[in-house]
Design a protein around this ligand. Sequence first.
Ligand code: X2X
Length: 335
Amino acid sequence: MKLSRRTALGGLAAAPLVFSIPRFAHAAEITLRYGNNLPLSHPLNIRAAEAAERIARETDGRAEMLIFPANQLGGDTDMLSQVRNGALTFFTPSSLVIATLVPTAAINAVGFAFKDYDQVWAAMDGPVGAYVRKSIADSRLHTLETIWDNGFRQMTTSGDPITTADSMAGLKIRVPVSPLSVSMFSGLGASPASLQFSEVYTALQTKVVDAQENPLPIIQVAKLNEVQTSCALTNHIWDGFWFVANGRQWSGMPEDVQEIVSRAINEAGLQQRADIRDLNASVRANLEGAGLAFNETDTDSFRARLREVGFYAEWQKTFGEEAWGALEGVVGSLT
Ligand code: X2X
């Protein structure tokens, strides 16, 4: 992977990554611009770069996908507007973030819904994912079939370790720009602050907030362990990234290009899931080696608190029977 000079200098101006994309004698007819919020070393960017290479090769250079990683074009909220207005062809919002536009897209993030990855993929490659993609389509965005893995979210803090629901009282915790996250952490008694991912490291460093929550691979690639002291294993939300496309640009693409692009991105997504699974086996030890302390938590206490404050009843109503029923069909009763 080669970086363009401006990117290597710290992304002062937005310049796409230049990967080892095959060169062709002719210029591409179709340029796909893809933006995301993650550091280069995250499997999402590594596999997206491979998809870009495959798209160029399999279309004989008719189509090219330029990748703007690591919030180069702005934070999540900015990129969501850009993919809606066509400045971006693709964006990979977390299901938490696209829910600011399509509320039911947060259905997979209901607290403590999934027991394990078998349930996650049964839901997301099955009825829950189908329901969400259909809902996103109503906003004139096209969503590719394969949701990419962010992971099970864990909590970190620079204060006292988080062990039970009582640890949450008054905790200043950063959450994504996500109504469900705010509701969940308020319900647990914390003081959540919605910030885009681009602001998280600095917010923790300057103690604007004391805590945050993210899957371990993100904590590692964003080096959040430098500004946090302990990590509580809670698995409180499973989160994924939908590959969404501007509807007009998508439907304007020739069918054969659509097919090549879909296949390249969907298959890269499956490989990205496997990368996260492999990373999950080693990331805790690596973070411990870097000085982050880990502790188990009493997850039943969190669940009980959420029930007590009516979190499940409220979100069942918000999501509606169809979405809630699709989720419970896979994971069993949540209330
Ligand atoms: O912002 C976050 O915490 C992240 C990276 O997990 C999402 O994109 C929701």
